[in-house]
Design a protein around this ligand. Structure first.
Ligand SMILES: [Zn+2]
Length: 245
């Protein structure tokens, strides 16, 4: 990558080097990325394998996940004006817990997920929702007329190669008064281990984009989205709610 995807700045310096794996940091906004970036198809393959390995333990804590999802869904409703007919989209819906929780709250819920194993699980267990297998771009190609009141996207953007395209699609799918809930690891968080390698969110090439508050906010502003709520995170991560400017 010749320049920073977030602010277009061409000045960047090495941030970390580990056995030939290089992370670089934008001198302007502090955005950090794996350089060179992997190819999208390779990431999706890697994703599949990773899920197959952790799947049994991942899906074992279903009740806990479902309770957390219900609390989150209720919390997010506070930020929209609509009381009925709420359209909910989860990008990276995993086993479909958040989608099902939203449906139980009365929402019309859709999940998008690239991992076939997770999609299969979600479709088998939560039959009353729509689950789309593929990435956001593929979903948008077939559903460009859709608008959502709540777009939920947790721990996804750090995996992407083209962040601009992704945020642009979120912008297009977000209803006029809708909200987007985003979470991602925060590489500049005060509680991140000093030794980067000891941080569980340091896992290139799976995680290839590393945000901080400044770079994420700059990225959203570029697409005329503004942060309306920042949640305090004790785990080194960013959790925000944004809407159209
Ligand atoms: Zn930058």
């Amino acid at each position: 990558m010749e320049k920073c995807q977030v602010c277009d700045c061409k000045n960047y310096t090495n941030y970390d080097e580990n056995n030939g794996t290089i992370l670089v940091e934008c001198s302007e906004c502090g955005f950090i990325w794996l350089n060179p970036l992997p190819i999208q198809e390779d990431i999706e393959k890697l994703y599949n394998n990773a899920y197959q390995n952790v799947s049994s333990s991942y899906f074992s804590k279903v009740r806990k996940k479902m309770n957390r999802s219900k609390r989150r869904s209720k919390f997010l409703e506070k930020f929209i004006l609509k009381k009925n007919n709420i359209k909910f989209l989860d990008i990276g819906s995993n086993g479909g817990f958040m989608v099902e929780a939203a449906r139980l709250r009365g929402h019309e819920a859709t999940g998008i997920e690239i991992d076939p194993y997770s999609i299969k699980y979600a479709r088998q267990h939560y039959t009353k929702n729509v689950f789309f297998e593929g990435n956001l771009e593929a979903y948008y190609d077939k559903n460009s007329e859709k608008k959502f009141d709540i777009i939920y996207c947790s721990e996804v953007i750090e995996h992407l190669v083209d962040i601009n395209k992704f945020i642009m699609l979120i912008k297009k799918l977000l209803d006029t008064n809708g909200i987007v809930f985003l979470t991602t690891p925060d590489i500049k968080h005060w509680r991140r281990p000093k030794d980067l390698r000891k941080w569980d969110a340091y896992c290139p090439p799976d995680h290839c984009l590393y945000f901080n508050n400044k770079s994420l906010s700059k990225l959203l502003t570029k697409f005329e989205l503004k942060i309306i709520k920042k949640m305090i995170a004790f785990k080194p991560g960013i959790k925000i709610i944004a809407k159209h400017i």
